[in-house]
Write a protein of this length. Structure first.
Length: 340
């Protein structure tokens, strides 16, 4: 066959001696088609450099088989798409989506402006959305849901919403992290993060409850509102120690990256960890175990989370009922809070 002649699906089917529909299914490796037929069609396709026209297929089916995964970053933050926990969750989502025959389109909330429904769905960039993070406001998410967009959110599953939210038990995580430090003898424990985020707010509530259970009052200056980045934590701890000295003996951090910044600032000032200050992070990123000392943290089961998010999204495609879902969390004790 001349290289100038484009091989169509119909011509490929004729070469293989099968119907066009059989050829189409064989190319998709449909198990209903005999293995011998599938192999024959696929071999001929490879020999003649035939490839499926994905764009044309999308026009015919009105389906993209693409899911937009949106990192819902807030304005005035230095948190970025390079955050290790976000990347870990995206990686798990990619595997879970691929297993169901979908591709992942990674974007962030700034790209789509305020109208996510038009930008991703009505423009046929994607069939549905998975939003990572509720942020400080859910207006954009709510607007997309009201437009009928199939979506699932990674956030705090206790939040009231008309769409499924998947996430860890943030209240319990904050409670466990704080209780652990108090049981180790800490008396002045800082909460380092931004409680205006739905997830962080629940962690902060757990932090407060742990103090109440231990009959220890929480001073207002122990609540430290910062951007959830290692840089912000590093700068805050540096400035605080410089101004007040070491007026705390424990830190509950809203993420492992926040813990990393705090750890660096204290080590540079030769503060003993955990002998002077115990630190607990949140997320259990791969770097947590490699820090020196290794970081005690709250582990969130990201594989379980990704599977649940994909499942809840696909249920919407099929018109089935959905529900929010709480994934497993676990306190992982390491050297940053534990004496030998």
């Amino acid at each position: 066959m001349s290289s100038e002649t484009k091989l169509t699906l119909a011509k490929l089917a004729k070469l293989a001696g099968v119907s066009t529909s059989t050829a189409s299914r064989a190319l998709k490796d449909n198990p209903l088609i005999k293995q011998e037929t599938r192999r024959k069609v696929q071999t001929l396709a490879k020999e003649h450099n035939y490839s499926v026209n994905a764009a044309a297929s999308r026009l015919r089916t009105q389906k993209t088989h693409v899911i937009a995964v949106i990192l819902n970053l807030i304005d005035h933050t230095e948190q970025s798409t390079t955050d290790p926990f976000l990347l870990k969750l995206v990686g798990e989502l990619n595997q879970a989506l691929n297993a169901k025959g979908y591709e992942l389109l990674l974007s962030n909330s700034f790209m789509a402006s305020d109208d996510w429904a038009n930008y991703f769905i009505h423009s046929q960039r994607a069939d549905g959305m998975i939003v990572i993070g509720q942020g400080k406001s859910t207006k954009k998410i709510d607007r997309a849901a009201e437009a009928g967009v199939p979506l699932v959110v990674w956030g705090d599953p206790k939040s009231e919403a008309n769409y499924p939210i998947v996430g860890g038990d943030n209240y319990q995580g904050g409670f466990d992290a704080t209780t652990h430090l108090l049981q180790k003898g800490a008396k002045r424990v800082l909460f380092l993060g931004d409680a205006e985020h739905a997830e962080m707010q629940e962690r902060y509530k757990g932090y407060l409850q742990a103090h109440q259970n231990a009959n220890i009052s929480v001073s207002s200056d122990c609540t430290c509102t910062i951007d959830i980045t290692s840089k912000a934590a590093y700068e805050y701890i540096n400035q605080r120690v410089k101004a007040n000295g070491l007026d705390f003996d424990g830190i509950v951090c809203s993420s492992d990256m926040v813990a990393l910044g705090a750890l660096k600032a204290l080590k540079e000032r030769y503060v003993g960890i955990p002998s002077d200050v115990g630190i607990v992070g949140y997320d259990d990123i791969s770097l947590a175990e490699l820090m020196h000392p290794a970081l005690t943290t709250i582990r969130q089961n990201t594989q379980q989370a990704a599977s649940a998010m994909v499942d809840q999204l696909l249920r919407q495609f099929e018109g089935q009922e959905t529900a929010s879902y709480v994934v497993d969390t676990q306190l992982v004790v390491r050297r940053s809070s534990k004496h030998d």
